[in-house]
Design a protein around this ligand. Sequence first.
Ligand code: NCD
Ligand code: ZN
Length: 356
Amino acid sequence: MSFMRLPGLIDPHVHLRDPGHTYKEDWDSGTASAIAGGYTCVLAMPNTSPPVTDPDRFESIISAAREKARCDYGVYAGGSSTNTASVSKLSKKVSGLKLYLNDTFGDLRLDGLHSINAHMAVWPDNRPLLCHAEGYMAAVVLMLAMLHRRSVHICHVSRKEEIDLIRAARERGLPVTCEVTPHHLFMTDADIDPIVRGRYVVSPRLNTQSDQNALWQGIADGVVDCIATDHAPHTLQEKDSQNPPPGFPGLETGLALMLGAVRGGRLTMDLLVELMHINPARIFRLAPQPETWIEVDMNKKWEVNASGFHSRCGWSPFEGIKLHGCVNKVSLRSKVVYSNGEVLGCVGNGRYVNQL
Ligand code: NCD
Ligand code: ZN
């Protein structure tokens, strides 16, 4: 059987650059890219310019999304060193609180244990708390979550040592969840082309084959909960500059890469649906989207050519690779919003996804 119906995919980690850098992406182009990739709901990261750190900025990002989004969406708040007390006013409105513990794009990186600890103490335990926490920082986050007896979600896990730590924490009953990206599952440091090194700059960086094997093992063991694209668009000119910003676009390649893994026997279709729909919906407590589904064509072969993508950034780290399987049709709340390669859903179709 070549056509299969799956629930609409949920991407819990995208950067849409609106406001601030709309020449890279905005709510219109980013959600068109999402729909073309099989996503019917995206949760947007707060490192916009300015970042989403207070109620006024939240309202302004929501009004841009209301006007332009083509698929359903949520927005995270960002923890800063000055909003530990005030950001909890947003806890019932946003999809979660994101803490940046490592270098990243923008200025949300938290400096000092004190700020991290204060956010962990104050953010309500029944609202998602997400951390960018690589290497030693993963241990810091797990320790603090244990002390505060709270849940935590670790973003884009990319190394064996991090997966091992998360596995050990879960075995001890800690409510920690995590996500991995398609690019860390399908690329390693051996793929970096030294001639265009800037194009391979991403945070967390591309790691070793042994790290990648550990991520696949984590998927097989149930330690990995979600596949999240970490769609982080920057223009090719910026990527090829002296100071390339970190990030890859990923919304239009993620599902096809994962369908290839199903075809290759690395995971089952049921597990794909868990990683890309069921678990993100559960972890981020998202209300179901009725009459929302995607139809995938398992037999379609195609080659990545980012000039045909909907993302405004216009390039892909997977350019030229051959994929097997694609999205054929997308229904968002009863409306066909994608069919035969065309995004039919209009701007403003998207709704803020409520949390249960
Ligand atoms: C992200 C971005 O560009 O906003 N870049 C990235 O490489 N993932 C920032 C981030 O997620 O750390
Ligand atoms: Zn990110």
